[in-house]
Design a protein around this ligand. Structure first.
Ligand code: TPP
Length: 614
């Protein structure tokens, strides 16, 4: 194995180009082997193997900084930068991260996970480099999907103005997670077509050259003119960024050659590299959407597996039905059609569906525009990505109390994607926003009731639900829900567990049939059910949530009690003030002490030791 001999990028420079080609295949096998066991970003990483090897061959990491946008396509980079022995721990608790991470390796130039950050980071680095009189290369690798983000486009604008030396490699596979969207994406396709035309012309020219030297001269001039036009029209040129491409991103030798050339240039350059998502693995090439981030699979017999019925699907089914009943309903996604359960919706209601690209801010403000003109928009968004649109939530939606529903998926600990992806801040950052109402359903039926009611009550409403399976609710059933009212699921004589969202299950498990402990489905956080809270304040109270303790549901309960002048014994369970890395969800919940065992311990500390203590 050649990979056995590669312990750092230095070793790549000693290989012949033929050995490098063999190494690419070995790396592909290793990526498939480990992703089959652990799940992970398979198709994106397979598509970037040659690109990663060429970059490490030509540049000198860690002296030169190579930044991977999102960092999900960088498995080959991990394998050649001293992490091949730990690669089998990918995304496992205590193992290496599924994204690039500064604290994991000196070769990881940025910590990533969220899209579109590489260009601004690179800009900061070249500014620092030049100010400090240092001399190294900065290379940002960004996908066509990540380039749809406003952050990336705004950084390009500044990069073009400042004219600092840096290389941007656009890894264009025409895919985001689903098909990429946007005008730039259309333009990239056009550039590829022009390239094919040019290649065909070249072929024709060779033939013509032999037949008629005069005609050949004409074609040559036409080609020069085409090249000129291409550059004139090219938006990167307009921005002051040198555009080179499109080039074949799987032609390792060609890539090495062109990178060597570009390395010597000053100012900002963008190299447009065309790759195939899933390259080298038939199923992933054929269906890059599923194989973007599959769970484990059998590498010899790779098949799609059903993840069961998820909260995302429950949401998708609910809005698909609702849209038949409510003609003003409109659903937006920032590039997460599959993850948000919206495939069915997008097919049944294509005219009231919009994928804006990886730009959560645009999703939220477009929803505001729709709401201002009488529509009832629902923004389907992951908790962690809504962080990107906080100002838009306040400035464009909440101030005018617009009827925008935020369907917040992946709320709480999400598992293998780790610190960048846990949705554990949304309660804290949304709770402080006036007009915004916040709810969390206990099951799919309650989700339906909340969604329907949210459209009726008006104003902005956030409904949060976790990354998890849920029992399917029957179609056509739309129960009424008392807005702002909690629900007692079990009576108690000494203490009540107030659970918000996913932790309700743990609360019921912990309470068992102990008559002293009651359980409340505290499904509305804002407005909070003060009436019931007042009644319950005769008992000891334990709040539990899958969210940061600071600023979360427990804080809201304490604040309300304080305002009402009530002082029951209260304990708050939530995530402590630190970041949780990747790991299995139940394990991380256990560590945070918010699972059934944690609840039992907390109750015991309050003097309510449970009889069925296992
Ligand atoms: N929104 C943000 C801010 N960050 C994210 N990581 C995502 C959404 C989810 N996401 C992860 S990868 C991806 C998306 C939408 C697609 C990226 O497409 P591209 O940059 O073209 O890379 P590819 O996977 O095609 O190689």
């Amino acid at each position: 194995m050649i990979l056995d001999k590669v312990n750092s990028p230095e070793d790549l420079k000693r290989l012949s180009l033929e050995e490098l080609l063999l190494l690419a295949e070995e790396i592909r096998s290793e990526i498939i082997r480990v992703t089959a066991q652990n799940g992970g970003h398979l198709a994106s990483s397979l598509g970037a193997v040659e690109l990663v090897l060429a970059l490490h061959r030509v540049f000198d990491s860690p002296r030169d900084r190579i930044l991977f946008d999102v960092g999900h396509q960088a498995y080959a980079h991990k394998l050649v930068t001293g992490r091949k022995d730990r690669f089998h721990t990918l995304r496992k608790e205590g193992g290496i991260s599924g994204f690039t991470k500064v604290s994991e390796s000196p070769h990881d130039a940025i910590t990533a996970g969220h899209a579109s950050t590489s260009l601004a980071n690179a800009l900061g680095m070249v500014l620092a480099r030049d100010l400090m009189g240092e001399d190294y290369h900065v290379v940002a690798v960004i996908g066509d999907g990540a380039l749809t983000g406003g952050m990336a486009l705004a950084a390009l604008n500044k990069i073009g103005e400042l004219q600092k030396r840096m290389l941007i490699v656009l890894n264009d596979n025409e895919m985001s997670i689903s098909e990429n969207v946007g005008a730039l994406n259309k333009y990239f396709k056009e550039l590829q077509i022009r390239k094919w035309v040019q290649d065909a012309e070249k072929l024709g020219k060779n033939i013509l050259e032999r037949i008629s030297p005069q005609l050949f001269g004409l074609v040559d001039r036409a080609k020069e003119a085409a090249k000129f036009l291409l550059h004139q029209e090219n938006p990167f040129y307009a921005w002051g960024i040198r555009y080179v491409g499109p080039v074949d991103g799987h032609d390792l030798k060609g890539l090495v050659h062109i990178l060597e050339h570009l390395k010597a240039l000053d100012g900002p350059t963008l190299l447009h590299v065309v790759t195939k998502k899933g390259k080298g693995y038939k199923v992933a090439e054929a269906d890059p959407i599923y194989w973007h981030g599959p769970p484990g699979f059998d590498p010899k017999k790779p098949e799609k597996v059903s993840k069961g019925y998820t909260w995302s699907q429950a949401f998708g089914d609910a809005v698909t039905e609702l849209a038949h009943m409510e003609p003003r309903l409109f659903v937006l996604t920032p590039a997460m059609r599959e993850g948000s359960g919206l495939v069915r919706y997008s097919l049944e209601h294509p005219e009231r569906y919009l994928d804006v690209g990886i730009c959560e801010d645009v999703a939220v403000t477009t929803a505001a525009g729709l709401a201002l003109r009488g529509m009832k928009p629902i923004v389907a968004i992951y908790s962690t990505f809504l962080q990107r649109a906080y100002d838009q939530v306040i400035h464009d939606v909440a101030i005018e109390n617009l009827p925008v529903v935020f369907a917040i998926d992946r709320a709480g600990i999400v598992g293998a994607d780790g610190a960048t992806h846990h949705g554990v801040f949304d309660i804290a950052y949304l709770r402080t926003v006036p007009n915004l109402q916040i709810a969390a359903p206990k099951d799919a039926l309650e989700l339906r009731a909340m969604l329907k009611k949210a459209l009726e009550v008006g104003g902005p409403v956030a409904i949060r639900y976790p990354r998890d399976n849920v029992e399917r609710a029957p179609e056509g059933v739309w129960p009424e829900i008392a807005w702002g009212k909690w629900e007692v699921l079990k009576e108690g004589t000494e203490a009540y567990i107030l659970a918000f969202g996913k932790t309700l299950r743990y609360a019921l498990e912990a309470a068992g049939d102990d008559p002293r402990v009651g359980v409340v489905n505290a499904r509305f956080l804002k407005p909070l059910d003060r009436e019931m809270l007042r009644e319950l304040s005769r008992y000891k109270l334990l709040t539990v949530e899958d969210h940061q303790k600071m600023g979360g549901f427990g804080s809201a309960v304490l604040e309300a009690l304080n305002e009402m002048g009530l002082k029951p014994e209260v304990q708050i369970l939530g995530l402590p003030d630190r970041f949780f890395e990747h790991g299995a969800i139940p394990s991380l919940h256990r560590q945070a002490g918010i699972d059934a065992e944690g609840i039992r311990k907390a109750l015991a500390a309050m003097g309510v030791a449970l009889v069925h203590e296992r």
